[in-house]
Write a protein that binds this ligand. Structure first.
Ligand SMILES: C[S@@+](CC[C@H](N)C(=O)[O-])C[C@H]1O[C@@H](n2cnc3c(N)ncnc32)[C@H](O)[C@@H]1O
Length: 216
């Protein structure tokens, strides 16, 4: 998720990136597909995709034979949302802030959130994760799947890639700030979530980490 020329994470900055964003979505596709596989949303689930952007997650979800009856994509940028395209009946997008989502408590079974958390300051990430917890409530089916850029530092190749992602994100925050590697495990736990699945995807797109978690 190259983020273009501006170096902020404001609604206006994302409005300015909306035209260019779809050109790099292929680099997200493998991680999004893994995220949907472990989220496994079915017709019985109500899904919210936080920071849905141009709708990469919603479109991948719409192509699955098993898909939720309702899905809501939330994003603060109206221009990113304008690129989402047609969605299945009873799915919709909502302009809103992931830190204060304009949806009720406990009426969501699955939250997905791809390539948002690494853009946020730690206190904002905490707010988004607590908001996720509020949306999910405590039903046994409740689950969150998050995708972030990451490379496993346990191998020499992984350390190299991790350093390169970090270096690029720091040196060119305007263009590559979205590549800042982040493992949100500790922050998920601090927000009252228990990570249950973890998939590392070092190749075939942005090096990424996919985590599924449930409310504690
Ligand atoms: C890197 S893009 C990811 C988009 C999409 N999830 C994907 O994987 O293609 C980040 C998105 O987060 C949105 N965003 C950033 N901060 C936000 C916030 N506080 N509330 C809602 N959306 C936000 C931006 O507008 C942008 O669409």
């Amino acid at each position: 998720m190259s983020v273009g020329a501006a170096n902020t994470n404001t609604e206006a900055a994302w409005d300015g990136r909306a035209g260019r964003y779809p050109a790099q979505e292929w680099l997200e596709a493998r991680a999004i597909s893994a995220a949907l596989r472990i989220a496994d949303p079915g017709p019985e689930d109500r899904l919210v995709d936080l920071a849905t952007g141009t709708g990469a997650v919603l479109r991948a979800l719409a192509r699955r034979p098993r898909r939720p009856a309702t899905a809501v994509g939330v994003d603060h940028s109206t221009r990113m949302l304008s690129r989402v395209g047609p969605l299945p009946e009873s799915w919709r997008t909502v302009q809103g802030d992931a830190r204060h989502v304009p949806l009720p408590d406990g009426e969501t079974d699955v939250v997905t959130c791809s390539y948002l958390l690494q853009l946020l300051a730690p206190d904002e990430r905490g707010r988004v994760l607590r908001e996720t917890r509020r949306l999910l409530g405590l039903t046994p089916r409740a689950r969150l799947v998050v995708v972030t850029p990451w490379a496993d530092r346990g191998t020499p190749g992984g350390r190299l890639v991790h350093g390169a992602l970090r270096g690029l994100a720091r040196a060119r925050p305007g263009s590559w700030g979205g590549l800042m590697p982040l493992d949100p495990t500790a922050e998920l736990e601090a927000a009252g979530m228990v990570p249950t699945h973890r998939i590392l995807l070092p190749r075939g797109g942005y090096p990424s980490l996919v985590i599924r978690a449930r409310p504690a």
